[in-house]
Ligand binder design. Structure first.
Ligand code: AHR
Length: 309
């Protein structure tokens, strides 16, 4: 519907390359670096001129970048929103300037969903559910045993942090012996993941059996904290994380991580195709999801050579 509304308004001359303004979250994780590389390479390959802005994990930088793209009269704006809320005003400005907006990777919470044309990205709630299901199955091997879980959340207010928490909780509540005893943001970075895990370990009031990290980078940071505390990650503490980056596969091969849930960052080619269709006024799906898997440590050696990020 959004594309249909905007279609007559966004004409580009046939001989002029399409210009995309892209506001990226930042460079907080291995996943994000792979996503940026995918977007840049796909734009080059598609002959699309990319105006790239790194928001350094700050919403105000993204709002500024979007306003700059509007002033530059780009053909299409794409962005991966740092957080879910607070986008109505700037998206209305883009609409007033007749520039279509597509979301990539993360969703927004807006009063009027027609403020963006389409959203391409993972189903983060399902990723949280997959993490929960893996733990439920593992816990079923030792029925009756209580497991204390600590959770490293992603960036506060971001779609993946909200949704991965929700999906995980939804599934683990089937077993009342699984209890999240602490949950705090590690901002999706290794450094913060390590710092928060250190604090969790220092509390010493309850034994920690499981770590659920909303991304691999925080899990890798936490692994360091666990080792420095004299414990064995992957053995003394079971570790579940999300993304499926190479670093996670290496940690699994070293026996330090138990499972990673895939979140595919290679969205560039689909994003460029979507942008072309949107600018050409062709109909597009409002929501485009990505198919993803679950990789337990047992398959890490076989899978590592196939990993592209
Ligand atoms: O939005 C996707 C998430 O953002 C990835 O899981 C995480 O690594 C990144 O920083």
């Amino acid at each position: 519907l959004g594309a249909a509304l905007l279609a007559p308004l966004v004409a580009t001359a046939a001989d002029k390359p399409l210009v995309m303004g892209f506001s990226q979250v930042g460079a907080e994780s291995e996943w994000r670096s792979a996503n940026t590389a995918s977007v840049k390479a796909a734009a080059r390959q598609a002959g699309i001129t990319l105006k790239f802005a790194d928001a350094q994990q700050k919403q105000e930088n993204q709002v500024k970048a979007i306003r700059t793209f509007i002033a530059q009269k780009v053909d299409v704006i794409a962005f991966s929103p740092v957080v879910e809320s607070g986008w109505d005003t700037v998206l209305k400005e883009a609409r007033a300037a007749r520039i279509p907006v597509v979301l990539t990777d993360r969703a927004v919470n807006v009063s009027d969903p027609s403020l963006y044309v389409s959203f391409i990205g993972s189903d983060f709630v399902e990723e949280g559910r997959k993490a929960g299901r893996w733990l439920l199955e593992r816990a079923a091997k030792n029925p009756g045993a209580s497991l204390n879980i600590v959770e490293l959340q992603g960036t506060v207010g971001s779609a993946p942090a909200i949704d991965r928490k929700k999906g995980f909780e939804e599934v683990i509540k089937a077993n009342p012996k699984l209890q999240v005893i602490r949950s705090q943001s590690g901002e999706f970075t290794r450094a913060k993941g390590k710092e928060v895990m250190e604090a969790f370990l220092k509390a010493k009031d309850k034994k920690i059996d499981v770590l659920y990290a909303h991304n691999d980078d925080m899990a890798i940071g936490a692994i360091q904290a666990i080792e420095e505390a004299g414990l064995k990650p992957g053995k003394d503490i079971t570790i579940i994380s999300i993304d499926g980056v190479k670093g996670a596969f290496q940690a699994m091969l070293a026996g330090k991580l138990n499972v990673t849930i895939e979140c595919n960052p290679l969205l560039g080619p689909q994003l460029m195709e979507l942008a072309r269709k949107v600018v050409a006024g062709q109909p597009v799906e409002k929501r485009i999801t990505v198919i993803e898997g679950v990789f337990p440590a047992e398959v890490a050696a076989k899978e590592l050579p196939n990993r592209k990020y």
